[in-house]
Design a protein around this ligand. Structure first.
Ligand code: PEP
Ligand code: MG
Length: 884
């Protein structure tokens, strides 16, 4: 077997790796390799593979055989390329040790800069840079960073010492510190290390390198990285790469600097190079948000050549990758180096605009554009916005870092955000700046506002990725930790007060603002039209009233796949009649109550059928778990007693007698229709009355009557007979002919197993995957919330099966249902109306099963349209279960 290669060199226009080796080299390593091939100036270096990281863990934190030797060999190559030597007293090579996983995990893992410095190499750095201050500044930063990241010393210990030194010497900012002060700091920092770790600071550069690599490997399983992975569905088994890169210095003076940029605006998608830059700064200063950066145009004036290079490089990179990129660069003494390029994170609005623009620019095809949009993320666009007509009390203005609107109570710490969110409180996290340690709190909060930092600060990047509203760099607010308040434009806001954020304008508003639904832009429409051309699945909505039906149509629903008629029964003015019907002792009593409900149901159906303008509307007959309708309080019983003229005691006794141990598996669905046929008769009558009324007005309707919870074909055929007889009678009375069909839900395992028999009688099937999941797993829909999260946390189940279809188990049953149903009726129309109908991986699965449509909640219709198109594009390769 060939020897495994663990280390990949890059630099001088050459590289062992390539851009498509992200899995092995991590995003950063692959990007650096690809840029080298493109002839773009990157500092030379080498990447240790993700495989090495995984073997390091397997081998109980020992490097795999050969990795260290390969690293030393690569280091020699870097030395040759730069013309310096690692550990050399006269002309030392310094390196950065950076993490980089397959997926970007901003700030979640460790990085060490300036590695290789010690009391001897510092002399070489001074000689080379002719700048003693710069050299000692780099040295004190290195000792603190190494001490914290690698040796585990609390960062605050160094920061406090730095602040003290500033006070003692009267320095206002770090840049005012003299060489002597910096030297003092280096010594003090080393003492802190000795005191806290009982070991002297390592002076040997190779030992520093080894410890640095260990630290990056170890940070893969650090708390921050683990939380981030869990929130972003990144598996532990990917591992991180380690890139060891020759240092270039952005802090050599005013002709040096460091910056980050996006090749297009990551918030709006506008085709405009969008970057931020700091003169005389190093490494993470921009990203950390400690100093507020300058726009990239500042570079144009002061360093025109570097600016010109940057412009041509970003264009070259965009053309090469055919996507919007996020780049990091450093300018050392006027010369530009690229440190990183990767596909840039963006808001959904920006993703849509960029995809559509790139098709128009002939960079990508429509199919590629459609595949690039994360269907889950479309949700972001459908979030509420602040009503532009409402009066707002704006108390501060920051940067519009991540769009949308959020309302919540002010909290000042990530822990408090998490604690309050656990109590179902909506909170806004207010911080001077965020750090990766705040990730849990950011996730728990509705929105985030920071006093410092730019559009590429940690808060901005992470919030955008989460689809969370964020206002960054809001210098107008000043936070007082001791009183748990912030002040802005003279207003004092306490912890617990409500504020509203507008992440699209950067405004911070006192109190709760009125929110409205956003308008979907032109790019959304264009891209969805492309998706519609590609997809094979139809997309319908689950809607029970006119308003939801209108929203659904607005989002492009092609019909209603599930109208739950019991939801119509919950309305305030109807519930008494419904209870009357349930609690009546005899047929006569029930009929009396049903008579009251009939006109209400009829008008409901008229409204919905009218709204859907001739599109199919699947109306499901009553399917309540009975207990949902039973009177709960004495007040309910008294109201009912008055209405029915029956004593409270009698009603209480009847209610008790209807108690079920397992309502979800009890007297519900078609079982109600079998025992009380008059209920279904009333509903079918209402449907046909509504249809005939509309038909008389020449309004086309397409009702599909659906029978729930069928397990045996005899249930279905009995109820079909009832529906046909009732419907025909109404049509005869009105002398009208309505096109209608009668089908069933497949939501019990037995129904799927005998689907061939049921298909003889049914005109269509619709998978009720909520109940089907409940019954396949034997998991109560109502109770599983208590323990299912544990199952997912402990990775017993990959996902909550009520959210995404369990393709192996439930999916198999669905396949059987489809195959058996269509073995009887080749063209049997089959859909899905469980919650899974709007979840992208489930939509893809339904596409591969050959269903005719999915039906989901109105707001998820665009997500389902896009997911259906993406499934069609992914085609057969993905069809893991296309056939049994
Ligand atoms: C289902 O069971 O999947 C379904 C759509 O019906 P309900 O959720 O109303 O039980
Ligand atoms: Mg159901």
């Amino acid at each position: 077997m060939a020897k495994k290669k663990y280390v990949y060199y890059f630099g001088d226009g050459k590289a062992d790796g390539r851009g498509d080796m992200k899995n092995l080299l991590g995003g950063k390593g692959a990007g650096l390799a690809e840029m080298s091939h493109l002839g773009i100036a990157v500092p030379s270096g080498f990447t240790i593979t993700t495989e090495a990281c995984l073997e390091y863990y397997k081998g109980k934190k020992k490097y795999p055989k050969g990795m260290w030797e390969e690293s030393l060999k690569a280091l020699r190559k870097v030395e040759k390329s730069i013309g310096t030597k690692f550990g050399d007293h006269k002309n030392p090579l310094l390196v950065a040790v950076r993490s980089g996983a397959r997926a970007s995990m901003p700030g979640m893992m460790d990085t060490v800069l300036n590695l290789g410095l010690n009391d001897e190499t510092i002399q070489g750095l001074i000689a080379r840079s002719k700048n003693e201050r710069f050299a000692y500044d780099a040295y004190r930063r290195f000792v603190a960073m190494f001490g914290n990241v690698v040796l585990g010393v609390n960062r605050e210990r160094f920061e406090r010492t730095l602040e003290e030194q500033k006070i003692v010497t009267g320095a206002y900012s770090d840049t005012d510190l003299s060489v002597d002060s910096l030297k003092t700091l280096v010594t003090a920092f080393k003492e802190i290390v000795l005191k806290d770790t009982s070991k002297a600071f390592p002076e040997d550069p190779l030992e520093q390198l080894r410890l640095g690599i260990d630290a990056v490997f170890n940070s893969w399983f650090g708390k921050r990285a683990k939380t981030y992975r869990r929130l972003n569905n990144i598996p532990d088994t990917w591992g991180t790469g380690v890139s060891v890169v020759a240092m270039v210095f952005g802090n050599l003076g005013e002709t040096s600097g460091t910056g980050v940029a996006f090749t297009r605006d990551p918030s709006t998608g506008k085709k405009k190079f969008f970057g931020e830059f700091l003169f005389n700064a190093q490494g993470e200063d921009v990203v950390a948000g400690i100093r507020t950066p300058l726009p990239i145009s500042a570079l144009k004036k002061k360093l025109p050549n570097a600016y010109k290079d940057l412009m041509s490089i970003y264009k070259k990179l965009e053309k090469h990758y055919k996507d919007m990129l996020d780049i990091e660069f450093t300018i050392q003494d006027g010369k530009l180096y690229m440190l990183q390029s990767r596909i840039g994170k963006r808001t959904t609005a920006a993703a849509l605009k960029i995809a559509v623009d790139m098709v128009n620019e002939k960079l990508i095809t429509q199919k590629v554009a459609v595949s690039r949009i994360d269907a889950h993320q479309l949700d972001q666009l459908l979030h509420p916005m602040i009503d532009p007509n409402s009066e707002l009390n704006v108390i501060a203005q920051g940067l519009p870092a991540s769009p949308g609107a959020a309302i919540g109570k002010v909290v000042f710490s990530a822990e408090e955000a998490e604690r309050m969110a656990e109590h179902h409180e909506k909170v806004i996290l207010v911080r001077a700046e965020t750090s990766p340690d705040d990730i849990g709190g950011m996730h728990a909060a509705e929105g985030i506002v920071t006093a410092r930092g730019g559009m590429t600060s940690h808060a901005a990047v992470v919030a955008r990725g989460m689809g969370k509203c964020c206002v960054a760099g809001c210098g107008e607010i000043s936070i007082d930790g001791s009183t748990q308040t912030f002040t802005a434009r003279g207003v004092v806001v306490k912890e617990g007060d409500f504020i509203t954020l507008n992440g699209s304008t950067g405004e911070v508003i006192l109190g709760k603002a009125a929110l409205i639904q956003p308008k979907l832009g032109a790019s959304f429409k264009t891209l969805m039209a492309w998706a519609d051309k590609i997809r094979k699945l139809k997309v319908r909505a689950n809607a029970d009233n006119k308003r939801d039906a209108a929203v659904a149509r607005g989002f492009g629903a092609e019909g209603i796949g599930l109208c739950r008629t019991e939801h119509m029964f919950f309305e305030e003015d109807r519930i008494t009649a419904v209870r009357e019907m349930i609690l009546s002792e005899d047929l006569e009593g029930r009929k009396k109550a049903l008579k009251k409900l009939l006109p209400m149901q009829k008008s409901d159906f008229i409204e919905i059928l009218k709204e859907m303008k001739g599109l199919p509307v699947t109306i499901r007959l009553l399917d309540p778990p009975l207990h949902e309708f039973l009177p709960q309080t004495d007040k309910d019983l008294e109201a009912l007693s008055e209405e029915m003229g029956v004593s409270v005691e009698t009603l209480r006794a009847k209610t008790n007698s209807l108690h079920e141990f397992n309502p979800m598996l009890g007297h519900r669905g078609c079982r109600l229709g079998i025992t009380y046929p008059e209920i279904y008769e009333m509903q079918v009558e209402a449907i046909f009355e509504a249809a005939c009324t509309l038909a008389k007005k020449r309004i086309t309707v397409m009702p599909e009557i659906m029978i729930p919870l069928v397990a045996h074909v005899n249930e279905f055929s009995t109820l079909r007979g009832l529906c046909v007889a009732t419907g025909e009678a109404v049509m005869a009375r009105h002398k009208k002919k309505i096109d209608y069909t009668i089908g069933t839900m497949i939501e019990l395992p037995r129904a799927a197993l005998v689907a061939d028999q049921i298909a003889k009688e049914a005109d269509f099937f619709s998978f009720g995957t909520n109940d089907l999941t409940q019954t396949v797993f034997g998991l109560s829909r109502d109770d599983s919330g208590k323990f299912l999260p544990d199952y997912v946390d402990k990775e017993i189940l990959p996902e909550d099966p009520f959210v995404a279809i369990d393709q192996e188990g439930l999916g198999l049953l669905m396949e059987i249902g489809v195959q058996k149903g269509r073995s009887t009726k080749k063209r049997l129309k089959i859909g899905i109306c469980g919650e899974h109908g709007g979840e992208p991986s489930s939509v893809a699965f339904c596409h591969h099963l050959g269903l005719n449509y999915v039906s989901c909640s109105p707001y998820r219709v665009p997500i389902a349209r896009l997911a259906a198109a993406q499934a069609a594009i992914a085609g057969k390769e993905d069809a893991s279960r296309a056939t049994l």
